[in-house]
Design a protein around this ligand. Structure first.
Ligand code: NAP
Length: 233
């Protein structure tokens, strides 16, 4: 039986996901780095240099249920349980349209990754998280999905993250009697491919709250976190 805590990060090959992988490794986790392309995942593992000893690269596309089920089978066989699942993989979509101007195809595409992706992951990995002494699901959301900010451009993205926040509350209520905690996190505006070069946060700053939640025993389940504090939905 592996006594080291095991974490799985989706979209761990770049951006905030890779920052979370690095932070978790520094905290001593065994990390399964999910990447939909193995080539890109290998580059991420190389980037981690000395830390990469405790990384297990896994091909993982959150839009593909059979791929996710195969991944869960691998984790069950090799690790027996999962302590932390970070649902980080996300897309912003192809356009910035408002609700009034946007089209349904765009909404479906973004929801498939940002909303149904975490739902597929959570449902499939729940039995493995239940085997942990203190399981955690960390949904990487966005302030753009907060109800006070549902306005203007990027309607598909905002909807997907508002839905992810609702999922966080529903699942945390279902699991309130269990040892599993469920959180949503806003990383802030971060300098990644999605956030762009003008963003005001480094990847390390953007990853910080998710990494902190992974080890925190005080954090409250069913809440939306930013900068290690609870923020309004
Ligand atoms: P990013 O640099 O664009 O990286 C996105 C990651 O998600 C990549 O690893 C990408 O993989 C992966 N991904 C996309 N679709 C996937 C799929 N179907 N299956 C598996 N992986 C998939 O974005 P980021 O800025 O790091 O964002 C990470 C998370 O933070 C997202 O959920 C995002 O919504 C959220 N967020 C970001 C900001 C910001 O300012 N950057 C702000 C608020 C919230 P590939 O390399 O294969 O494309």
């Amino acid at each position: 039986m592996n006594s080291q805590k095991v974490a799985l990060v989706t979209g761990g090959n770049r951006g905030i996901g890779l920052g979370i992988v690095e932070g978790l490794l520094r905290q001593g986790f065994q990390v399964i780095l999910g990447s939909r392309s193995l080539d890109s995942g290998r580059l991420a593992v190389d980037f981690l240099e000395d830390l990469s000893e405790k990384v297990d690269l896994m091909q993982l596309d959150v839009t593909d249920l059979s791929n996710i089920q195969k991944a869960a089978k691998y984790v069950r066989k090799n690790y027996k349980c999962l302590d932390v699942l970070v649902n980080n993989a996300g897309i912003v979509g192809k356009n910035q349209k408002s609700m009034k101007e946007g089209d349904i195809d765009e909404v479906e595409m973004v929801m498939n990754t940002n909303y149904y992706g975490p739902m597929r992951m959570n449902k499939t990995f729940l039995p493995l998280l239940q085997k942990s002494e203190e399981g955690k699901i960390i949904n990487i959301s966005s302030g753009m999905g907060a109800f006070g900010d549902l306005i203007g451009e990027y309607a598909a993205y905002r909807l997907s993250k508002a839905g992810l926040n609702a999922q966080t509350v529903l699942l945390s209520n279902d699991l309130v009697e269990s040892k599993i905690k469920v959180f949503a996190v806003c990383p802030g505006w971060v300098r990644t491919e999605m956030g762009g070069a003008e963003a005001n946060r480094s990847i390390e700053e953007g990853a910080d709250t998710a990494v902190w939640l992974s080890s925190s025993s005080e954090a409250e389940t069913g809440k939306f976190y930013r900068d290690r504090n609870i923020v309004p939905w």
